[in-house]
Design a protein around this ligand. Structure first.
Ligand code: PMP
Length: 355
């Protein structure tokens, strides 16, 4: 501990992000990035912005992007907040809606950023055990004192929770905010965005990092009642007036408008996921039914960490979580068909040499 550190720093455990190696010929299947490039219209928009206005500050209210996101989801711009990746949007949400002295709830197996934020902002939390089949224990989220947050689909389990259950959780928490982190929703079924006009305690957070291939641009957004959006704006303004830069705004606007390209690459990822799941089962893997761009798998013969290490030796990066309950699972991002053909053949040889 350093004598200059505040209690916020000492409370906080560093988040361990997925490995970000830039080695040549690396097959990177560890952080759920999209294997396809962003829409060509994104590149054009960023280039046009580069040629034009970089010497000027971006709009402090990011109106044009918020309007385009609102149009896409059939909302009004005052129901949309944008930030520097959904991680930033989530951090602002913790500050805006969760209180020190009250206890929030999230699942015990979930996105590992939540406990990090809770500790940083001094918010106590209760980790609600998943059911034995890894599904979310819906009624254990009723009547929380300080609020609820979880991803849908959940990460790293890849499981989707039906909207009827989400509605139950929202309706049974009338006095606190329920945040649904929909980082992977475009690879799943229905989004909770359709409920935003009905429930003033619902905040839906999404990102351009996964289904729109823009992890490097850092654009995330929240959608909710204008009163919730106003709270996020107040919190943000005390930090920085300009959440995202001109290039990110231009690129994100082009991305949200290019619906055809988005549909095409999302469907490609889903199709690849389905055949990969079938092939993995054929070679003895057990996996949870995925509604995301990744698979959560284990093999009865080999420890997950060993598979992770053997793949890494062969320049294939996957994600292993050294945590109770899931330490025998491996999370594998869906790549292109070619990427996954390479992966399956390496897995076959790893398994075949194991007695
Ligand atoms: N939520 C979940 C569940 C995630 O898995 C991720 C990505 N690791 C994020 C939020 C953050 O994504 P980003 O900051 O790139 O929008």
């Amino acid at each position: 501990m350093n004598k200059f550190w505040s209690s916020a720093v000492t409370r906080t455990e560093p988040y361990i992000p997925g490995e970000q190696m830039e080695t040549k010929d690396l097959l990177k299947l560890n952080t759920n990035e999209n294997p396809y490039p962003p829409s060509p219209k994104v590149m054009e928009a960023i280039q046009a912005e580069l040629n034009r206005k970089l010497r000027r500050y971006p709009s402090p209210t990011v109106d044009t992007l918020r309007e385009k996101i609102a149009t896409y989801y059939q909302l009004n711009a005052d129901q949309v907040f944008v930030g520097n990746g959904s991680d930033e949007v989530l951090a602002f949400s913790f500050m805006a809606f969760f209180e020190p002295g009250k206890t929030i709830r999230f699942p015990n197996i979930t996105y590992s950023f939540y406990p990090v934020y809770a500790k940083l902002f001094d918010i106590s939390y209760e980790e609600v055990r998943l059911n034995r089949d890894f599904s979310i224990a819906v009624d254990k989220f009723f009547h929380s004192d300080g609020g609820v947050i979880f991803p849908n689909p959940n990460a790293p389990t890849s499981l989707y929770l039906n909207l009827t259950h989400i509605i139950d959780i929202i309706e049974n928490n009338p006095n606190s905010v329920v945040i649904i982190d929909e980082a992977y929703i475009d690879f799943a079924k229905e989004s909770a965005v359709s409920l935003v006009n009905k429930y003033e305690n619902l905040l839906v957070v999404q990102t351009m990092s996964k289904s729109r291939s823009l992890a490097g641009l850092r654009v995330g957004y929240a959608m909710g009642h204008p009163m919730l959006i106003e709270a996020l704006n107040r919190v943000k303004n005390s930090f920085n007036s300009y959440t995202i830069d001109r290039l990110a705004i231009a690129g994100a606007e082009a991305a949200i408008m290019d619906v055809d390209y988005f549909n095409e690459i999302t469907q490609n990822v889903i199709r690849t996921r389905e055949w990969v799941a079938r092939d993995l089962k054929k070679i003895g893997f057990t996996l949870l039914p995925s509604d995301t761009n990744f698979l959560f798998i284990r093999h009865y013969k080999i420890e997950a960490y060993e598979i992770y290490a053997l793949l890494k030796e062969q320049n294939i990066l996957t994600r292993h979580f050294n945590k109770p309950l899931i330490d025998n699972y491996l999370r594998i991002t869906i790549g292109t068909n070619d990427d996954m053909t390479v992966l399956i053949s390496k897995l076959k040889s790893i398994i075949s040499v194991k007695k």
